[in-house]
Design a protein around this ligand. Structure first.
Ligand code: AP5
Ligand code: MG
Length: 212
């Protein structure tokens, strides 16, 4: 199954992708995590991406398309994959089609702009394995430490209030139109992102026909 998780910043794409990996047995491809890893490793792509990400702007389409195009060729993607945060623009979605990659379902996790701001202030992330927590809604077992890999949890550089506001604007201006793009192809499934993490996960499994 090839799945896209669409949604505004903070909608819960990364959180839900983490749960779906376990339930569906397919990997997540998160362009945000891959770009943060590239920044962490000081690669050429990382240096380029940082200039855009720090301002809450999108990294150029050709850069993310080449990263994703390479990643989906790997062996672990043979049974399918979950795209988290990609595509982000219509040209990226068209680029995916040109690569011959078919998509079964596009799940849009719906959340209001006000809710996003509240969530971002409590988010903590692991830069080593990409796991995401929230100090109230989804705390780690030990404060400041990742449950999965034991690394330190940090606040993302782009979670500053003014950057979050700009990321929300970018979502409405450049990404939201993908809902129409995929609705016209009969692939769009809407899921309420305001419910609890567990309930949202169940709703996604129902929406993609994978609930037990
Ligand atoms: P990216 O990393 O993809 O960030 P984003 O889309 O802005 O989304 P977030 O990761 O902030 O939120 P999320 O939906 O994953 O929510 P989460 O599960 O963490 O991209 C970052 C940047 O990279 C972009 O701005 C851009 O510069 C660049 N980039 C990435 N992909 C790109 C692309 N394709 N093209 C161009 N540029 C690209 O949840 C948020 C918080 O809420 C957490 O604390 C979580 O614990 C909590 N939470 C989750 N669900 C619930 C719930 N149901 N109830 C209560 N709390 C919840
Ligand atoms: Mg994320």
């Amino acid at each position: 199954m090839n799945l896209i998780l669409l949604g505004a910043p903070g909608a819960g794409k990364g959180t839900q992708a983490g749960l779906l990996v376990e339930k569906l047995g397919i990997p997540t491809i998160s362009t945000g995590n891959m770009l943060r890893e590239a920044i962490h490793n000081g690669t050429e792509i990382g240096q380029l991406a940082k200039r855009y990400m720090d301002d809450g702007c999108l990294v150029p389409d050709d850069v993310v398309l080449s990263i994703v195009g390479e990643r989906v060729q790997k062996d672990d993607c043979r049974k399918g994959f979950i795209l988290d945060g990609f595509p982000r623009t219509v040209p990226q979605a068209e680029g995916l089609e040109k690569l011959g990659i078919g998509i079964d379902h596009v799940v849009s996790i719906e959340i209001s702009d006000d809710e996003i701001v509240a969530r971002m202030t409590g988010r903590r992330v692991c830069l080593k394995c990409g796991a995401t927590y929230h100090v109230v809604a989804n705390p780690p077992k030990a404060e400041g430490i990742c449950d999965s890999c034991g690394d330190e949890l940090v606040i993302r550089d782009d979670d500053k209030a003014e950057t979050v506001r700009h990321r929300i604007e970018v979502y409405h201006a450049q990404t939201e139109e993908l809902k129409v793009f995929y609705k016209n192809k009969g692939k769009l499934r809407l899921v309420d992102g305001k419910q609890s993490i567990e309930d949202a996960n169940h709703a996604i499994l129902v929406a993609i026909g994978a609930a037990k």
